[in-house]
Ligand binder design. Structure first.
Ligand SMILES: Nc1ncnc2c1ncn2[C@@H]1O[C@H](COP(=O)(O)OP(=O)(O)OP(=O)(O)O)[C@@H](O)[C@H]1O
Length: 463
């Protein structure tokens, strides 16, 4: 960023201007240096700057006036005001009126470079966050599939590539990782979007009921069938059917489904008459269907019919920073829904959610954020807002020993780490009544190393 940042320097003192320009250019910035307000205004109309360094007293005007104009024309540009030694009030006013920072003359050039660097970095982070928010908003409106990691980007591209395809799709992925979201995105982006998308969870309905749910039944087909009822395939006619948990389907229904896929026709329960339908099939499963075939539980021919376009959703733990992106998205959504004001997550929480395994995937994250917005309502999401299962033993121990570094005068790293280590070893030994094998196991170290450390540190049982 530093190399490509553009700076507008406005300073009437020629010597000083040259010194600043040279120092900035040596640090890799592109500098436009001018001596008065008129030239500064010209420069602003001709180019775009990341940051402007403005002297207050100019021969034809005033830096504060310029700042107000620049703020108006480019609200995102960083502005640092340079004031004379006696102009502290002016500097404070400048910040109140919109400058990001001020430097009192005479100032140290290195100090100036540090401030510029910080300002440019913060602005870059803000710009990145703004771009990400816009990306999430557009993904939310378009596919509903939020994510920036390569796997999700690829899936988003595939969704648009498949927009005019009727091919059967098989989505695999762990529970809660967004298979239904992806199915909806496929349906919504395709030519069938004006027609129904009918979903059914094949794993949640008993076999006898599932057959009539899928294919319908005639009156009197079974006890309780007091009137004829169309099945989901018929209701989905012209549109899409989403068969979730297809791996849980019984052998008998697998045969019937195979026929629908081959011939697009079936008979309702209790009927001899075939019904023809025009339905696109999207199936999903969290099971490994090839293993199910090997175990004799899933038909190979059905698998090949379903697996025309295979799409795989990675588990949340493999999506890197998407975890933070989704967290932010759910915070915004639940803040709105619940009229809450959760403003973000603490650094500790960030570290934990990035390292947690998320067995329930996006659904688990969504539920967590919903709970926090409901119960906490405002402020930053902290460690205490996380369920205990998310906090590892290591984290818990570190938490109870975490030093308040900000308030400390000075910490001797080596001796502090040494004492911390002794404390942990001693606590483990006490917990296991000085049984060194058990303590070594607990500390995930080998016994010999433990014995050496006990000796070296002179640790002894307390009497
Ligand atoms: N990438 C994503 N962006 C936004 N929301 C998501 C994303 N993935 C999943 N979700 C949300 O997480 C929840 C679970 O997603 P979904 O029901 O699609 O998962 P699934 O894989 O079909 O789960 P199951 O296997 O249990 O049926 C939903 O509320 C969904 O809106």
């Amino acid at each position: 960023m530093k190399q490509s940042a553009f700076i507008l320097l406005v300073e009437d003192n020629e010597d000083f201007r040259l010194i600043l320009q040279e120092a900035l250019e040596r640090s890799g910035f592109h500098v436009t240096a001018v001596a008065n307000a008129m030239r500064a205004r010209e420069a602003m109309t001709l180019g775009k700057f990341d940051l402007s360094l403005l002297d207050v007293r100019l021969p034809d005007g005033n830096g504060i006036e310029l700042m107000r104009e620049f703020r108006h024309s480019d609200p995102d540009m960083g502005i640092i005001i340079m004031t004379g030694y006696a102009e502290v009030d002016t500097a404070v006013d400048a910040v109140r009126l919109g400058a990001n920072d001020f430097l009192k003359k005479p100032f140290d050039i290195d100090e100036m470079l540090v401030r510029i660097d910080e300002l440019i970095k913060t602005r870059q982070i803000k710009a990145d966050n703004k771009n990400l928010r816009e990306l999430v908003r557009s993904q939310d409106q378009n596919t509903g599939l939020i994510g920036q990691c390569p796997a999700i980007q690829k899936l988003t591209e595939t969704v648009s590539l498949l927009a005019n395809s009727d091919s059967t799709v098989l989505i695999t992925g762990e529970s809660g990782c967004g298979k239904e979201v992806l199915a909806k995105a496929l349906h919504k982006s395709g030519s069938r979007s004006g027609k129904p998308l009918v979903s059914i969870n094949c794993g949640a309905i008993p076999e006898e009921l599932l057959e009539s749910e899928l294919f319908g039944h005639v009156k009197g087909a079974f006890t309780g069938a007091v009137r004829a009822r169309p099945g989901r395939f018929e209701i989905a006619n012209g549109g899409t059917i989403f068969l979730d948990e297809i791996g849980d389907m019984s052998a008998k229904l697998q045969v019937k489904l195979l026929r629908v896929l081959q011939e697009r026709c079936f008979e309702p329960v209790g009927s001899q008459q075939s019904i023809h339908v025009d339905v696109r099939v999207i199936a999903a499963t969290h099971r490994d269907l090839e293993a199910e075939i090997a175990a004799g539980r899933f038909r190979e021919d059905l698998y090949y019919r379903l697996n025309v376009i295979p799409l795989t959703l990675p588990p949340l733990r493999e999506r890197g920073d998407d975890i933070l992106l989704l967290t932010d998205h759910f915070i915004t959504r639940f803040n709105q829904q619940k009229k809450a004001d959760i403003t973000g997550v603490s650094d500790e929480v960030k570290r934990i959610i990035l390292n947690y395994q998320w067995p329930g995937n996006v659904r688990e994250l969504q539920n967590l954020i919903e709970r926090v917005t409901t119960l906490k309502r405002h402020g930053i999401m902290e460690l205490e807002d996380l369920p205990s299962r998310m906090i590892s033993d290591k984290e818990r121990v570190l938490q109870s020993f975490r030093m308040d570094v900000e308030n400390a005068e000075c910490i001797d790293l080596k001796s502090t780490v040494d004492e911390f280590e002794s404390h942990l070893i001693l606590s483990a030994l006490q917990r296991f009544q000085w049984n060194k094998n058990q303590a070594a196991n607990f500390l995930a170290m080998n016994r010999t190393t433990l014995v050496e450390k006990i000796k070296k540190k002179g640790l002894q049982p307390t009497k």
